[in-house]
Design a protein around this ligand. Structure first.
Ligand SMILES: NC(=O)c1ccc[n+]([C@@H]2O[C@H](COP(=O)([O-])OP(=O)(O)OC[C@H]3O[C@@H](n4cnc5c(N)ncnc54)[C@H](O)[C@@H]3O)[C@@H](O)[C@H]2O)c1
Length: 427
């Protein structure tokens, strides 16, 4: 099928490339000519394991193309995906201007029937607004479908090709069947719902996962008070199939481009509809507080942080990505700096992006360099590289061997045997 993908960010680029991989003819549209030209040469601007090779393979096979030419791309496609950003506005609502701009651009080039598929995460009712925008310029037939994306950065390619489910929100059979055809080669449960349910499924899923994280973080804080081990508690809980072990990892709290904004947006959507979503308000409060738990632990080891040299391992919001949006690591660094600490940080791939938002932070070229002469090391992102460090070597490099493990990635007994003062979350 002929498909246009609007947006070449983490979702658009992965989705467009994977749709080409499963056999479709895909044109990826964006507004930046230079970026488009680089992508057309197979140069990928984001870090996502396996993506660059897949882009290059599908370019070569002639199934994938990058352009800024809206007119030709829209004219030639039956299916037009919108995968642009929907960041948080200062009041917590989802910023929809990029979605509406995309709809406006589509409307200018519509000449026949198309299905507009919204992959961006949007509040309930956005699909209808997209329809209204297109109808202002185009009076022919077309459909708007919601197909929310559930991929995780760091494993996005696999998540797209082997998802737990595909959700298709459509208000008629014709458009639902066309989108079902798009995903035909993907073997998984395909759920067809109405447009609004699909829009809400995405928010409800992310809000539920965020709730699980805040819940286990609350349990970890109780563990600290009573001397229990949150890892044991989470495992014991998770063995119950009704609960499950995933997303029960205590730490510095969730971050990234989705959970914080989607949880806030759902809380706002509820508010606009006259409903007070108390649980989500608490989830957000708990998450924000979790950043300071790490700082409190740092103070427990160091006393005042003023003038103290702290090495922070990790800048990305999670491992296997260079995305630093709403990263807990960045928040922790800012809190440490507020207390007067001097921070040197390291991340395997996210330093370049972090440099643009951080002030007064030295960026190290390796984890060992970040730990050199430090009085404390804080682990802020769960990169495997940090698990695999030679911690004996790290101990010798540090001025004082002290670690706050904000992600519970190290074995506490081993660390203590090595001679570290080691604190982690809820154990
Ligand atoms: N990143 C994730 O892990 C993830 C997972 C699931 C869903 N989502 C949702 O998918 C959507 C996209 O997220 P993302 O992380 O890919 O965002 P992103 O910021 O990485 O990418 C958005 C892209 O859209 C482009 N864009 C904006 N307006 C455009 C226009 N009019 N025409 C062409 N391109 C335009 C931007 O230049 C950018 O490249 C969001 O709604 C997000 O909530 C993201």
């Amino acid at each position: 099928m002929k498909i246009t993908m609007i947006g070449v960010g983490y979702v658009g680029l992965v989705t467009g490339t994977c749709l080409a991989e499963i056999g479709h003819q895909v044109v990826c549209l964006n507004t930046d000519k230079k970026k488009s030209a680089r992508l057309q040469k197979g140069k990928v601007h984001i870090y996502e394991p396996g993506l660059d090779k897949l882009v290059q393979k599908n370019l070569k096979a002639g199934r994938l193309r990058f352009t800024t030419d809206y007119a030709a791309a829209i004219r030639d496609s039956l299916i037009v995906f919108i995968a642009v950003g929907t960041p948080s506005r200062p009041d917590g609502q989802a910023e929809l201007k990029y979605v509406f701009q995309a709809a406006e651009s589509i409307s200018q080039h519509m000449i026949d029937y198309k299905v507009i598929v919204n992959k961006s995460t949007v509040p309930v009712g956005t699909g209808e607004k997209v329809k209204e925008i297109i109808q202002r310029k185009y009076s022919g037939r077309f459909d708007v479908v919601s197909c929310p994306e559930f991929l995780r950065e760091g494993s996005a390619v696999t998540d797209f090709l082997r998802p737990d489910r595909v959700v298709i929100g459509a208000n008629n059979k014709k458009s639902a069947n066309l989108v079902l055809d798009v995903f035909k080669p993907i073997r998984t449960k395909k759920l067809v719902t109405n447009l609004k349910s699909a829009e809400l499924i995405k928010y409800a899923s992310n809000a539920f996962l965020a709730t699980k994280i805040s819940f286990i973080n609350e349990i970890s804080n109780i563990c600290d008070l009573v001397g229990a081990d949150v890892e044991e508690v989470a495992y014991g809980m998770g063995l119950d199939k009704r609960i499950g072990t995933s997303f029960l990892k205590a730490g510095v709290g969730y971050g990234g481009s989705c959970f914080p904004k989607d949880v806030s947006a759902l809380e706002q959507i509820a508010g606009f509809n006259g409903y007070d979503f108390k649980l989500l308000k608490a989830v957000i409060r708990v998450n924000n507080n979790q950043r300071s738990v790490v700082v409190k632990k740092a103070k427990k080891l160091l006393g005042s942080l003023r003038g103290k040299r702290i090495g922070v391992l990790g800048l990305a919001f999670k491992n296997n990505t260079d995305d630093i949006r709403e990263s807990a690591a960045i928040d922790v660094i800012r809190l440490l700096q507020k207390e007067g600490a001097r921070v040197t940080a390291y991340d395997p791939v996210a330093s370049k992006r972090a440099k643009e938002v951080l002030r007064r932070v030295k960026l190290a070229g390796s984890a060992y360099q970040a730990c050199q002469d430090a009085e404390l090391v804080v682990i802020a992102t769960e990169w495997q590289e940090f698990q695999k460090l030679d911690w004996r070597k790290v101990k010798n490099l540090m001025r004082v061997p002290q670690v706050v493990d904000g992600r519970n990635i190290l074995d506490q007994n081993t660390m203590r045997k090595l001679g570290f003062h080691y604190l982690s979350i809820g154990r």
